[in-house]
Design a protein around this ligand. Structure first.
Ligand code: DHB
Ligand code: FE
Length: 281
């Protein structure tokens, strides 16, 4: 039987990846952010999963805006790193887990989540930056296979927060039902509050972010009850990425323990956070 052992919520700001790629993580601007990652990284190093399921959004880098799936799953054996306009990040290609991915597709469709199947997918900063948060020095290969789950948070109408939590719960049940012995970590990525363009560009809302960080552990239902308009108003047009954290939360059991947390403003012009939870089953 497979088992979800922990969940990581993390921002995926592209400049965090660029800072690592250019050895700037000890520069005065970046050091406080990366110092905040240390406890989570140390714990994760001691608890490596066999597989990661990484919930993220593409930013119109690999999935063009003329056909945007609400939810998709990457079933390929290999995922290339996308070139977002200034060359691919110097990080390894990603190995998938086609068997578990096929099982997830079947289970989710049987549970009436009509998920899109991506047999070919390149992964952008939304995916690679969280992997770098987990494993800053992968060398030639990431430490384990990773299954991408892609969520539309960039084009109206984004899925509801409620649907995201329910999808996570269905993913949790599917993992429980997988026959092989596997430990799984689930990553929910994006956020926290930020808006990249328009009149409110630069918006950061620490009050909302702190509330979200607090409630995601024991009261995710209250976060699932917020509308997409609530998310955009309170957290900014890109802050709605936080609904992807609810997919991670749903895949964990009711009882979880907070292992580590850090909140940092600003990373570029966004609020960034990491929150790590151990599943108590
Ligand atoms: C930026 C991009 C993102 O996708 C994000 O989630 C946060 C920040 C940026 O370009 O700064
Ligand atoms: Fe983003």
């Amino acid at each position: 039987m497979a088992e979800v052992i922990w969940g990581l919520a993390t921002s995926h700001v592209p400049s965090i990846g660029a800072a690592m790629d250019r050895q700037k993580s000890q520069d005065p601007y970046w050091k406080p952010l990366f110092d905040g990652y240390r406890p989570a990284r140390e714990w994760m190093r001691k608890h490596p999963p066999d597989v990661i399921i990484l919930v993220y959004n593409d930013h119109a880098n690999a999935i063009p805006l003329d056909m945007v799936p609400t939810f998709a799953i990457g079933t390929a054996a290999q995922f290339k790193v996308a070139d977002e306009g200034w060359g691919r990040r110097p990080v390894p290609e990603v190995t998938g887990h086609p068997e578990l991915a096929a099982h997830l597709v079947e289970s989710l469709v049987d549970e009436e989540f009509d998920i899109t199947v991506a047999q070919q997918l390149e992964v952008d900063h939304g995916f690679t930056v969280p992997l770098s948060v987990y494993c800053p020095e992968p060398g030639d290969a990431w430490p384990c296979p990773v299954i991408p789950i892609v969520v539309n948070v960039i084009q109206f109408p984004q899925p509801t927060a409620h649907r995201c939590l329910a999808l996570g719960e269905a993913i949790g049940r599917a993992i429980d039902a997988y026959p092989d012995e596997l430990t799984v970590a689930v990553f929910g990525t994006g956020g926290m509050s930020h808006q990249l363009a328009g009149e409110r560009a630069g918006l950061i809302n620490p009050t909302f972010d702190r509330m979200f960080l607090d409630k995601i552990q024991d009261d995710p239902q209250s976060l699932a009850a917020l509308t997409r308009e609530d998310y955009v108003r309170e957290a900014g047009s890109e802050g709605i990425e936080m609904i992807m954290w609810l997919i991670m939360r749903g895949a964990l059991g009711e009882k979880i323990t907070r292992i580590a947390e850090t909140y940092h403003v600003p990373a570029s012009n966004t609020a960034a956070a990491v929150a790590l939870f151990e599943n108590q089953g």
